[in-house]
Design a protein around this ligand. Structure first.
Ligand code: AGP
Length: 607
């Protein structure tokens, strides 16, 4: 999704804007631009592709001024090209926007009828032309922006900059997050705290429907009704230094390698070594009265929920429903006031997940967020917010967030099982120990990277791939397929092993790798039968299993990846590592953009 920055500073704005936009690159984009005001004169520069192209342009055609706005664009309306790049400008006003203005066509028609000539097909240009029309009517910059915002429907984070106004930014938020940064004699606007981290850790988050008048010495926030609103200024711990790649070629590899450390942090947060127990701070839910758990998320976060469904039902004996947010919110399922709704999201800003939360908010007993960004919208709007302690995740492909989400969810499951009398102290101790052994097992798995790299030599030549898993490993098969497809662009599908004969086995031939995620658990023998059906038809099986599984069923398979033995419940956490590495090394071989795969964004803040 798009990234927004704004600054009212006491140094030249252009280099600071570019640096802040670099920290938003992880969101995915196809063009970028900035605008500044210098002694009242509004200037603009935009470029296609990566930020380096905009920096090169500014070297040759600099713009000056200590006030400015910047944007990285992930195209929604209008092709990715310079003319559609932000900031959009209409003579005396420039705007940067993240989101979708749903009524832009009606507004555009009215403006066109009144004589406005549009340059682009974008929804954002409608915003800036509408604002200019109010300026032409004689409204002040602030009133023109306020009148414009009132007309907009849909989702937006906006920042306005005006000709003749060296000390004014107007910021507005509805559906897409926006933060105000407080500096020393400077003020900033940003899509998230990460963008502003080097300038300040003092952040005020705009709430839904808020708009703000920002000057170097003041911040006035008004709510959707136009009333003055008092929003808390928080100190946000974002270590800007942690957003570099370190020794790694890609953020994704760095984040895969961080998993032993960040999982240890997450496990440490949710377990107590002295008592050998698992606990979730602030989980004020009486699970003995809970009749159902509903979990809603998107993408990899949805697959973490799908793993947790097996756990809630098998370990805590609580009925559990899981759905992708984009379906759930329109399915409008009846909800019980005895149920708990959980929303899992790395960014905490995914539009569909946020909308699903708002659908559930007044209907269930408690809403619970499982997020990686503590100050995010989903976190702030849920009754309870559970951190996953994954640290900043930059790579578009979610890796450490997925495994840390599973740790947080496992802790909730164990707490619920204990509360409902479904788990005794001995079993809890066993799971406590299994959780605390995980970081070491992940380290062992990471030590075999070169073997996995070698496996991908042939995989990278494939056009299609099939991932199979049973039971709690079925969602892991789906996750392996998602990882591979989203960064290597190989068409990959995940399937329940038992479904093979109901269709997918027709795909099997000597060209399509079949990756089987199967620790030697209670369902292993059934999965082996499926695997043999594949091999009997010339299929190439890559078996990901433990030593016992390899000894039992490794003969005849195309390739094997052997994992350390792990507690059955936690196999999806450990086996996520080979799934991630298979995707990573395949993508590197194919030369795709591992950290910012084509067409994808890190946080999908629009429907
Ligand atoms: C996963 O690798 C993808 N990047 C994507 O599916 C992601 O998990 C999904 O967009 C949900 O994002 P969230 O966790 O920030 O809500």
């Amino acid at each position: 999704m798009c990234g927004i920055v704004g600054i009212l500073g006491d140094h030249e704005a252009a280099p600071i804007l570019i640096d802040a936009l670099k920290r938003l690159e992880y969101r995915g984009y196809d063009s970028a631009g900035i605008a500044t005001v210098d002694a009242g004169s509004l200037g603009r520069r935009r470029a296609m592709g990566k930020l380096v192209n905009l920096s090169d342009l500014l070297m040759h055609e600099p713009i000056t001024g200590k006030s400015g706005i910047g944007h990285t664009r992930w195209a929604t309306h209008g092709a990715p090209n310079v003319i559609n790049a932000h900031p959009h400008r209409a003579k005396d006003v420039a705007v940067v926007h993240n989101g979708i203005i749903e009524n832009y066509k009606d507004l555009r028609d009215e403006l066109t009828a009144a004589g406005t000539v549009f340059e682009t097909e974008t929804d954002t240009e409608t915003v800036v032309q509408l604002c200019m029309s109010y300026l032409n009517e004689g409204l002040s910059s602030i009133d023109a922006a306020a009148a414009t915002i009132k007309c907009l429907e849909g989702a937006y984070a906006l920042c306005f900059l005006f000709e003749g106004e060296d000390d004014l930014l107007i910021a507005a938020r509805k559906g897409s997050p926006l933060a105000i940064g407080h500096g020393d004699g400077e003020m900033y606007v940003g899509s998230d705290a990460l963008a502003l981290a080097p300038m300040t850790d003092k952040i005020t988050y705009l709430e839904e429907g808020d708009w703000a008048v920002v000057t170097r010495s003041s911040l006035e926030i008004r709510d959707a009704d136009g009333k003055l609103a008092n929003r808390e200024m928080r100190t946000i711990k974002v270590d800007a230094g942690k957003t570099d790649k370190g020794i790694h070629k890609h953020y994704m590899m760095k984040e895969i390698a961080e998993q032993p450390t960040v999982l240890a942090d997450a496990i440490g947060h949710y377990t107590d070594a002295e008592t050998g127990t698992v606990s979730v701070p602030n989980l004020n839910i009486d699970f003995t009265t809970v009749d159902k758990i509903t979990m809603v998320a998107c993408g990899t976060a949805y697959l973490a929920c799908s793993v947790a469904k097996y756990w809630f039902e098998q370990i805590a004996s609580i009925p559990c429903e899981v759905d992708v947010a984009s379906e759930f919110r329109y399915r409008e399922p009846p909800m019980s006031d005895k149920s708990v709704a959980m929303f899992v999201s790395q960014s905490g800003e995914t539009a569909d997940t946020l909308a699903a939360l708002r659908y559930c908010a007044e209907k269930v007993a408690k809403t619970v967020a499982v997020v990686n960004v503590a100050e995010s919208s989903i976190s702030r709007e849920c009754d309870i917010s559970l951190p996953i302690h994954a640290g900043v995740e930059i790579g578009v492909a979610s890796t450490k967030a997925f495994t840390c989400q599973l740790i947080a969810l496992a802790a909730v499951v164990i707490s619920a099982a204990r509360a409902r009398g479904e788990m005794d102290a001995a079993v809890e101790q066993e799971l406590h120990d299994a959780l605390n052994n995980l970081p070491g097992l992940i380290n062992q798995s990471l030590a075999h990277q070169s073997h996995i790299d070698a496996v991908t030599i042939d995989l990278a030549k494939a056009a299609d791939a099939l991932f199979l898993g049973r039971g709690v490993m079925y969602p892991l098969a789906l996750e392996g397929a998602l990882k591979l497809k989203e960064i290597s662009y190989i068409h990959a599908e995940g399937y329940a092993s038992g479904e093979l004969k109901h269709g997918p086995i027709a795909l099997v031939d000597e060209h399509m790798p079949v990756i089987v995620m199967a620790p030697k658990d209670d369902l292993f023998d059934k999965t082996v039968s499926n695997m043999q059906e594949v091999m009997a038809r010339g299929g190439k099986v890559l078996l990901v299993t433990d030593q016992s599984g390899a000894d039992t069923a490794g003969d005849g398979v195309w390739k094997t990846i052997i994992m350390p033995p792990v507690h059955n419940m936690l196999a999806p956490v450990l086996y996520a590592i080979p799934a991630q590495l298979i995707a990573y090394y395949t993508a590197v071989r194919k030369g795709t953009d591992v950290d910012q795969p084509r067409n994808l964004a890190k946080s999908v803040t629009v429907e």
